[in-house]
Design a protein around this ligand. Structure first.
Ligand code: TYC
Length: 114
């Protein structure tokens, strides 16, 4: 409890609950985890339908929206396909890179801090 001037007294401790003011003035630290953008990069060889499948399978994106995102990557060179905490972003990147490699497509998936 922070004592207001009218509560302060050497002999009267009725208002003193014994806590430490520093503890009250410290911000409650409920920091959100940093977020990471997961991106797909364009290339000249990966089939469009494969990229759509990746977006559906690993990012839970519906066929229509997945097709739009794929075309954005195709035209602009890259697109953010999701934003996640570090470990989830890392897992998505690994899953996509592994899936692409198994199918011998050069598709690249990367992450960067938001
Ligand atoms: N550019 C590829 C093609 O013309 C399609 C493609 C789209 C590849 C998105 C990668 O992340 C990508 N077949």
């Amino acid at each position: 409890m922070t004592l207001l001037p009218h509560m302060m007294s050497d002999k009267d401790d009725r208002f003193d609950d014994g806590d430490v003011d520093l503890a009250l003035k410290t911000k409650p630290k409920t920091k959100r985890p940093p977020l990471y953008k997961v991106m797909l990069l364009n290339d000249d060889y990966t089939p469009m339908e494969f990229v759509v499948l990746v977006l559906e399978r690993f990012f839970g994106i519906g066929h229509g929206h997945a097709t739009e995102i794929m075309l954005t990557v195709h035209k602009k060179g890259l697109a953010v396909v999701g934003v996640f905490p570090f470990e989830i972003a890392e897992t998505k990147v690994q899953q996509v890179m592994d899936f692409a490699r198994r199918h011998q497509h050069p598709l690249q998936c990367t992450m960067e801090k938001e």
